[in-house]
Design a protein around this ligand. Structure first.
Ligand SMILES: Cc1cc2nc3c(=O)[nH]c(=O)nc-3n(C[C@H](O)[C@H](O)[C@H](O)COP(=O)(O)OP(=O)(O)OC[C@H]3O[C@@H](n4cnc5c(N)ncnc54)[C@H](O)[C@@H]3O)c2cc1C
Length: 503
């Protein structure tokens, strides 16, 4: 049996581990934290339960695939609930806009808020559907190593049809004219950790996922997805080592040979898969001489994606008016991205996003379990005072919007970009690795197979196809498929394949 070591038990690592274990490999996943799931992290504060990380779940079919490829059924492990009216948006003008998968609900609001948008809405959902279908069939299931891959016969047309040269903001202006409504759709750029004024219109396809397919939540908390992956992985015989950190990857003759843990334990491996952040892990775990394509200088030159300032707040009284997903927009949306990416400072007037899962799943927590997220630059906080002042500013803004934070809080915990960097070894605390501002970084994310080291692979949000819980899961499936395919092609008789796996 071939030995595989996966560094990190994020969704990408777990999905990859399940598929390889099912195909007959002997997989060990090593995770430095006490929980599996990486950024999909459960947090319990007193009687309050929170999901840290992915609150907005889309593309349930991708998760389903992990189970079905392993001969399991997702329904035996998870109950997914579709939120028909998923996000309430509140603007400074006092207007509100409820996002829904029902176009009639959307159009009836647009008639008043944005008549141009009302006229164009059917065209919009058709176009984002088209963008999604093109990207799905052309790009999601394969990796790209150079522009030549995009320009290969068959893909050139698909590549240019996903509007790679137009910005997201420009694209949305074709369909909507009210600046408030534009903010709602432009916010999708933050799902890939980027600015709508710089990232390609391609990512407007997120509109298809939210406005056509729907936003989901998992009964009992989204972290149940990671729990279920762990159950399947262990059921197949995989080994999960929590609270163990990999310190070094051994390379012999340009080939991955094994890992050394912080505790001094050495584990031999035929294949090594890094699920940790591409930049941090490459720099920290592989000697510079073994990675000529990625010297330290190059790795430090990447522009990190957005990070976050997160407050988990448990409110004593259940607040029925706080929606499952609730967004409070600022006066000047463009300035927020100027603050984050150019000034590299916390936004003066931020967009405030709240996830309140108890709105849908009342039994999940005592009172109201608010996950409050504000976009932040991937830089170190200056001081404790800065953290506390920023938190108080967010509370004041929410109180202006009628959310009684200060007098209702029973438990609270704050996470800054520094905490995120430390907890997950994320590059400067970036949520999604590298930003998608440069065409090169948007379309040529670090490749899934190492350029310099045979038998070394990457999965997760910092590699192809990108960040977000479904995308990282896809990267895990893609890499497993690639490894199985390569070994089969070599005709190795050392690996006994149970069955061919296809994603
Ligand atoms: C605050 C926040 C909000 C988010 N919101 C959403 C959302 O609404 N919807 C959505 O789809 N996505 C969201 N995301 C993004 C999503 O969580 C991530 O893209 C995804 O979970 C990342 O998975 P991954 O496979 O890349 O691994 P990660 O979750 O990054 O896990 C990698 C793991 O590797 C471990 N590791 C690293 N180095 C080592 C080492 N040397 N030894 C051992 N272990 C190591 C880390 O501890 C970590 O557990 C959010 C993320 C955050 C942080």
């Amino acid at each position: 049996m071939k030995q595989v070591v996966i560094i990190g038990a994020g969704l990408g690592g777990l999905a990859c581990g399940i598929q390889l274990q099912h195909a007959g490999y002997d997989v060990t996943i090593i995770e430095k934290n006490l929980h599996a799931g990486g950024k999909m992290m459960p947090v319990k504060l007193g009687d309050y339960s929170f999901d840290f990380g992915p609150n907005t779940i889309t593309m349930p079919g991708v998760f389903q695939k992990v189970f079905s490829n392993a001969g399991e059924s997702m329904e035996d492990y998870l109950e997914l609930i579709r939120l028909d009216h998923h996000t309430k948006n509140v603007f400074r003008s006092g207007d509100t806009f409820l996002q829904s998968i029902d176009p009639h609900v959307v159009i009836s609001q647009l008639v008043k808020l944005d008549p141009f948008g009302a006229k164009n809405y059917w065209r919009y959902i058709k176009e984002v559907n088209r963008l999604y279908q093109q990207a799905e069939s052309g790009f999601f299931h394969r990796s790209f190593h150079s522009w030549l891959d995009y320009l290969s016969p068959g893909l050139t047309k698909a590549f240019f049809s996903v509007r790679p040269l137009e910005t997201m903001n420009h694209f949305h202006k074709r369909f909507f004219s009210n600046p408030d409504i534009l903010q709602v759709f432009n916010r999708y750029a933050t799902y890939i950790g980027s600015s709508p004024y710089k990232s390609p219109a391609t990512f407007s396809l997120i509109g298809h996922l939210e406005m056509n397919e729907g936003v989901f939540t998992v009964r009992g908390g989204n972290t149940k997805i990671a729990d279920a992956f762990v159950q399947v992985f262990k059921k197949l015989g995989g080994t999960l080592k929590l609270d163990e950190e990999v310190n070094q990857i051994h390379v012999t003759n340009k080939t991955a040979a094994g890992v050394e843990l912080k505790s001094g334990i050495q584990i031999k491996a035929d294949k090594i898969i890094i699920n940790g952040d591409f930049i941090t892990a490459t720099k920290k775990l592989i000697k510079e001489k073994d990675r000529p394509s990625f010297p330290d200088k190059k790795l430090s030159g990447y522009e990190p994606s957005i990070s976050a300032f997160v407050i988990l707040a448990g409110l004593k009284t259940y607040q029925k008016d706080i929606h499952h997903h609730h967004v409070f927009f600022p006066e000047d949306y463009k300035k927020e991205f100027q603050n984050i990416f150019v000034d590299q400072k916390l936004p003066e007037d931020p967009t405030i996003y709240i996830s309140h899962s108890a709105y849908t799943d009342r039994g999940i927590s005592k009172g109201s379990n608010l996950f409050i997220l504000v976009n932040a630059p991937a830089v170190k906080m200056k001081s404790e005072k800065e953290v506390s002042q920023f938190k108080e500013m967010i509370y004041s803004r929410l109180e202006e919007e009628g959310i009684p934070i200060r007098k209702e809080i029973e438990v609270e915990k704050v996470y800054t970009p520094d905490t995120i960097a430390h907890l997950f070894h994320a590059y400067k605390g970036a949520l999604y690795g590298v930003s998608s501002h440069k065409k090169k970084d948007a379309f040529l994310r670090p490749r899934n197979a190492s350029k310099d080291i045979n038998g070394l692979f990457y999965v997760g949000g910092t590699t192809h196809p990108g960040g977000g819980s479904p995308m990282v899961t896809l990267s895990g499936l893609n890499v497993a498929k690639e490894i199985i395919y390569q070994d089969k092609k070599k005709g190795t008789d050392q690996t006994k394949f149970k069955k061919s796996t296809n994603n």
